[in-house]
Design a protein around this ligand. Structure first.
Ligand SMILES: C[S@@+](CC[C@H](N)C(=O)[O-])C[C@H]1O[C@@H](n2cnc3c(N)ncnc32)[C@H](O)[C@@H]1O
Length: 266
């Protein structure tokens, strides 16, 4: 059996996450805005901060940082998402690449973030060590992942796709593998970073109607993989069923979601 290389993993994620790039950028990525705001507040990101968003997607975090005066760089596996990032932040420096092999010198940045990205790397430990390597001494790395699934409404929606995905390889970590405080702390410490604080950010998924919700939820890389495996109709139908309990009398939808963030010092 041939082992999957880091670049194969990165290429696959680039294709999946970029499949519905405009829907991701316009409908789903904005959900994460409160995570960016809180992370930038805690890292005191501001004028002149040298900032890298590792797994920058379509660049909303980069755009937010640029508005605060930071000097912005971003890296992602998806060319389609990077195209949008470049439109949003013309002055930013965006690179197509792999989280496991960052094309930057040691100690290049004051702040490096991985907003829901490191967990998708072929080897998340290598990806985080790379983030640490390119951060200057005294700088910060922020790692964001899903919050605790117990009682989280978004966890029910995520679970709806499980029967539509190919079986994961034995021992593969699930989406909540790093949500546990101890697991997240250990993950960061193993990369040689010093955990400073863990904080949770509520970032509910708000959609005006079912059609928008189905498009937004269908724009993730995980949904793209389910579409490849089970077909778009099955994925849309699973999402419609999963969001029904969160639909208000006016048809709008609100799905509670919490993200867990770890601030680490380098
Ligand atoms: C959940 S999305 C998060 C995007 C963005 N950070 C946000 O907050 O919305 C995960 C991102 O990681 C990128 N990604 C996944 N695996 C990658 C890899 N190995 N190297 C580079 N980027 C990767 C995907 O292309 C996608 O943009």
């Amino acid at each position: 059996m041939t082992a999957t290389s880091s670049s194969q993993t990165s290429d696959a994620h680039g294709r999946l996450w970029g499949a519905q790039s405009r829907d991701w950028a316009n409908l789903q990525e904005p959900v994460h805005r409160p995570i960016y705001d809180e992370s930038f507040r805690r890292t005191r990101l501001g004028a002149g901060t040298s900032f890298l968003d590792a797994g920058c997607g379509s660049g909303l975090a980069a755009m937010t940082a640029a508005a605060l005066g930071a000097k912005v760089s971003g890296l992602d596996a998806s060319e389609a998402l990077l195209e949008i990032a470049r439109e949003r932040v013309p002055e930013g420096r965006f690179a197509h690449g792999d989280l496991e092999n960052l094309p930057y010198d040691d100690h290049s940045f004051d702040v490096v973030t991985g907003f829901n990205s490191f967990q998708y790397a072929g080897n998340p430990h290598t990806a985080l060590a790379e983030a640490g390597r390119v951060t200057r001494r005294g700088g910060f790395v922020v790692v964001t992942t899903w919050g605790e699934p117990d009682g989280m409404e978004a966890a029910q929606v995520i679970a709806a796709l499980k029967p539509l995905l190919p079986p994961p390889p034995p021992g593969a970590p699930g989406p909540f593998a790093l949500s546990d405080r101890n697991a997240l702390t250990q993950y960061v410490a193993e990369a040689g970073l010093q955990p400073v604080d863990i904080f949770d950010v509520d970032a509910p998924f708000n959609y005006p109607d079912e059609a928008t919700a189905v498009r937004a939820l269908g724009s993730s890389g995980v949904a793209a993989r389910a579409i490849e495996f089970a077909g778009e109709a099955a994925v849309n139908s699973a999402h419609k069923e999963a969001i029904a309990p969160f639909t208000g009398s006016n048809g709008s939808i609100r799905i509670g979601a919490t993200f867990r963030c770890l601030l680490a010092a380098v």
